[in-house]
Design a binder for this molecule. Structure first.
Ligand code: NOJ
Ligand code: CA
Length: 568
């Protein structure tokens, strides 16, 4: 069995620091809060943490607008706390991957303040400045987050480029000083001992230098209308095509591969570090393993329903596209999308469905990334009032709904809440005390706590309940660790009845092959095992199966059963 790198074996868990645990009663999660829960994380069975941005930020984009790459946000703690967090993880044999926001800084970053101060400033060219034409933006590009991609700056009579909010000006990575400064930033954290980076929005790093007008033939408002009206698959594809055309000159330029190779070389000066990119494009693995180590399988998060065919379509087409030697990376949740249970739950079998989602993450080939709170079944939280919405995308959507779609404030609120990412970022629910134990009872949490913490959606109650989702997480994570085939083995789908997904994981020198059967339906199912070999060990089942497994040829599956067995 060929040995694998730690990040190929590891189960990752994303911690959203603002919402994880508040240690000092200001209603905002912090590093000491995470440190206090390291035993929880270890006991859960995760091996590595991806920490969303921990840097100082004016929070226009909840930390993805960094104003100092070398510091810790004061509300999260200081560098000593960061080092204690890192040491606490390392002491437990765990790893820490930090978020690196490299496409843009905050407009409050000292680099940008200098850059905008004068055309002659030495950092002017660290950002992308262009002349405006007759009071109009330099071209017709849009920002992904709405409006023109250019912001006019009267002080110097030029406009700067921003792919996201205007509070997030894009860095000019073609300037060697920018590249050197950013690589030094990475080295700074590597020297401190971090184990790698999640590279934020890397596809947007370069845009066409001659800034040609985009020729989608429509305005962003028109695209918005089109996307709001799209019902059928064809219509949705039309929207996707129009959007690709609109942003064609602003993302995924081939020039990026050269830069990723340079970043990779810089990282490789520190053996054993990992780069995971916020992109789904498999070409960013590079060739001969020279760009990113991991590229997220985001298409999986876009499955409409959790069904065997949706998983298989995605997985097969994905696996066949991977460059030779590339290692898959699966996820079903993060801080930008609806909670997985809000997407896939049916309201009646939520725990069962959440378990299946986890089983899928842990048994498909590749590195799984889990999102904090999913282990206790946290759901999207929808605010009652627009004044509670913090995510600027939600506020922009609210305005678009009223101004462009002519919707009533109530209709606009309903849709804005769907789009705002606050819903999946609410405080972690630790117990059933006020504020769910996230912060003291008399503190005001930065986002409302979902009231379902009082109905068992919290870690303390679920720890005490043998069949809880949290305890299923613990036992499934443990089962994966004890079953090398689930990490090292090849992947072979097996013929299975409707609603069931069955596959074989094995070969590649593993000593014990494995069979996984996931009954995603609410009915019982019978599967005939197409394997000549004997079942030698029950690895995991959601149901009690004490009997002689070796005699099973025809297996009856309970509704929503997860059945994993070692086979000879
Ligand atoms: C992707 C991050 O995940 C998201 O939260 C952020 O808004 C954008 N990148 C911009 O940094
Ligand atoms: Ca705090």
């Amino acid at each position: 069995m060929k040995d694998l790198e730690w990040w190929q074996r590891a189960i990752f868990y994303q911690v959203y620091p603002r919402s994880f645990a508040d240690s000092n009663g200001d209603g905002v999660g912090d590093l000491n809060g995470i440190i206090k829960h390291l035993d929880y994380l270890q006991d859960l069975g995760v091996d590595a943490i991806w920490l969303s941005p921990h840097y100082p930020s004016p929070l226009w984009d909840c930390g993805y607008d960094v104003s100092d790459y070398l510091m810790v946000a004061p509300e999260y703690g200081d560098l000593d706390d960061f080092i204690r967090l890192l040491e606490g993880l390392h002491k437990r044999g765990m790893y820490l991957v930090t978020d690196f926001v490299l496409n843009h800084t905050s407009d409050q970053h000292s680099w940008f303040l200098e850059s905008r101060s004068s055309r002659k400033n030495s950092k002017r060219d660290w950002y992308i400045w262009q002349n405006s034409i007759g009071g109009r933006p330099p071209n017709n590009w849009y920002s992904w987050f709405g409006g023109s991609a250019w912001e006019f700056d009267p002080a110097t009579n030029q406009s700067y480029y921003h792919f996201f909010f205007k509070q997030q000006p894009d860095l000019n990575w073609r300037n060697p000083e920018v590249k050197a400064a950013m690589l030094d930033t990475m080295r700074y954290w590597l020297e401190l001992g971090v184990d790698g980076f999640r590279l934020d929005s890397l596809g947007m790093i370069f845009e066409a230098p001659d800034i040609p007008d985009q020729e989608s033939g429509m305005t962003q408002q028109e695209l918005y209308h089109l996307s709001r009206m799209a019902k059928s698959r064809d219509q949705r594809m039309q929207v996707a095509r129009a959007s690709r055309k609109m942003f064609r000159f602003q993302m995924d330029l081939s020039e990026l591969h050269g830069l990723l190779r340079e970043i990779r070389q810089a990282i490789d000066e520190y053996p054993g570090k990992v780069l995971v990119g916020e992109t789904e494009l498999v070409e960013y693995y590079g060739s001969a393993n020279d760009e990113l180590h991991l590229v997220f399988n985001f298409p999986l998060t876009r499955m409409k329903k959790l069904t065997p065919s949706a998983v298989l379509c995605n997985h097969f087409s994905r696996l066949t596209k991977l460059p030779a030697g590339a290692w898959p990376c699966n996820t079903l949740g993060n801080h930008d999308i609806s909670r997985l249970l809000s997407r896939y739950g049916d309201g009646n079998h939520d725990i069962e469905i959440a378990r299946l989602c986890l089983a899928l993450m842990l048994t498909l080939p590749g590195t799984p990334f889990l999102y904090n709170g999913d282990e206790i079944g946290m759901l999207d939280y929808l605010a009652n009032d627009i004044s509670q919405v913090q995510d600027q995308i939600g506020l922009w959507t609210y305005r678009m709904e009223i101004d462009e779609m002519g919707h009533s404030p109530e209709q606009a609120l309903a849709y804005a809440l769907e789009i705002a990412r606050d819903k999946c970022r609410t405080p972690f629910q630790w117990d059933n005390s006020p504020n769910a134990g996230f912060c003291p009872a008399d503190a005001t949490p930065w986002l409302p706590v979902n009231s379902n913490y009082a109905d068992g959606v919290n870690a303390a109650d679920q720890t005490r309940t043998p069949n809880s989702l949290l305890n299923s997480y613990r036992s499934l994570l443990k089962a994966r660790k004890l079953t090398p085939a689930l990490v090292y083995g090849g992947f072979q789908p097996l013929k299975s009845p409707p609603g069931c997904l069955a596959f074989f994981r094995g070969g590649r020198g593993v000593s014990e092959n494995c069979m996984v059967v996931l009954n995603m339906s609410k009915g019982t199912r019978v599967i005939e095992l197409p394997i000549r070999n004997r079942i030698t060990r029950l690895v995991y089942s959601t149901h009690s199966r004490e009997k002689k497994l070796e005699s099973f040829r025809i297996l009856s599956l309970f509704p929503f059963e997860i059945f994993i067995a070692a086979v000879e």
